[in-house]
Design a protein around this ligand. Structure first.
Ligand code: GLA
Length: 378
């Protein structure tokens, strides 16, 4: 992040002059609990050492001028609802500015330069890193007095209202609340959470990024959410959280086979997160790993958000003796998260690179997970 900090600071000075404040927010990993957040369930994320850094300074006008350094693009827009900019990357910043104002706070215009190193499309929440950076910064610079939960919700509402993704709260929560060395178990219904120091002795946590992003037609993420909501409604519940397989079986004739499979995955995932929590307390990483594989195949066969390349990586992990492996994040491409015994790490990575390359013509990217702090002023 140090390198980005210097780069962003210099670029701001060159474009807008002195006096900027620097802010940063991270991307995230998630150990287990996928697609459970919008079902009122549990998630188990942690912030990573990759994120977004922004240099920002209020400009005493009602205009926002932002430079996306990595894209070498600049956008200028106003603060009102009718000022939505053209560029899709700018929607995140515009959305955050709007959501802050919608909550009754007064902000002014500002100049900003930002850069990021969360791999795009890897399922590591580059967009949440961007939203959290700006939500945190505007709150700080304009003295709005918004608490961290609401900052996370501002990012989430930005996705809902300005980016077309009806996401849950996990990514923005993890980005805002991250803590070095700790995963967080969040109950997405009550918003209660706890930090879990995560230092699995003798194991490494590593991401293998397939670098594939399957552009599915329509909006598959939102469709998954709708399936869950339909089943919850049939069960007479607000969320799928807390539903049992018996209850689901009892309404099977009333719902589509597809919705049945989606709900079966979610019910299983809730049990798996709780199993992982218990296992972690006992240092039982074998059980953690077993649950990760179960999640992978649930996401692949029932939730249908995996793809050939990620199934290949999960199978390869299993064949290499890796303790746990699964697709991470929303799906439709991206990476697997792998819990690997230290002595297996090198041979596993070498094999994954070689076999993936032989089959798909490129190597997966490898990111060792370093669990880091959340949103902050630098
Ligand atoms: C995306 C969403 C999150 C969550 C995950 C899947 O990252 O933004 O809210 O639903 O997918 O767990």
């Amino acid at each position: 992040m140090q390198h980005m900090q210097t780069k962003v600071g210099r670029a701001f000075e060159a474009r807008f002059g002195a006096g900027a404040t620097l802010f940063a927010s991270p991307g995230r990993i998630n150990l287990i609990g996928e697609h459970t957040d919008y079902n009122g369930g549990f998630v188990f994320p942690g912030a990573v050492d990759k994120g977004v850094v922004a240099a920002i300074r209020p400009n005493q006008s009602d205009r926002i001028r932002v430079v996306a350094l990595d894209l070498e693009e600049e956008a200028e827009f106003g603060l009102a609802e009718s000022d939505k900019p053209e560029a899709s990357w700018a929607h995140y910043i515009f959305g955050v500015a709007r959501e802050v104002q919608k909550r009754g706070h007064t902000i002014g215009g500002f100049d900003a330069v930002f850069s990021g190193n969360v791999p795009l499309g890897a399922g590591m929440s580059s967009s949440a890193a961007l939203e959290s950076t700006f939500a945190f910064a505007l709150n700080d610079l304009f003295g709005c007095g918004i608490d961290r939960f609401e900052l996370a919700r501002i990012g989430q509402s930005t996705e809902h209202n300005y980016c077309g993704v009806k996401c849950g709260i996990m990514d923005q929560f993890a980005s805002v609340f991250g803590k070095q060395g700790c995963l967080m178990r969040l109950d997405c219904r009550s918003m209660e959470f706890a930090y879990y120091p995560f230092d699995p002795k003798g194991y490494k946590l590593v991401l293998l990024d397939s670098r594939v992003k399957h552009q599915l037609t329509g909006s598959p993420y939102n469709d998954r959410r709708l399936s869950c909501e339909r089943v919850a409604k049939t069960l007479g519940q607000e969320f799928l959280r807390g539903a049992t397989m018996e209850q689901l079986e009892a309404v099977r004739a009333q719902i589509s086979e597809e919705d049945f499979k989606r709900a079966r995955y979610i019910i299983g995932e809730e049990r798996r997160v709780l199993t992982v929590c218990e296992a972690l307390e006992k240092g039982d990483y074998e059980t953690v790993g077993k649950m990760m594989y179960e999640t992978h195949w649930g996401m692949s066969k029932d939730y249908e958000v995996s793809c050939e390349e990620l199934d290949f990586l999960a199978e390869l992990a299993e064949a290499s003796g890796v303790t746990g492996s699964r697709i991470m994040g929303g799906g439709f491409g991206g990476c697997t998260i792998n819990l690997v015994k230290e002595e297996l790490y090198e041979p596993f990575i070498a094999r994954a690179k070689a076999e993936f390359h032989a089959r798909y013509g490129h190597e997966p990217m490898v990111y060792e997970v370093i669990i880091s702090d959340g949103s902050r002023r630098l």
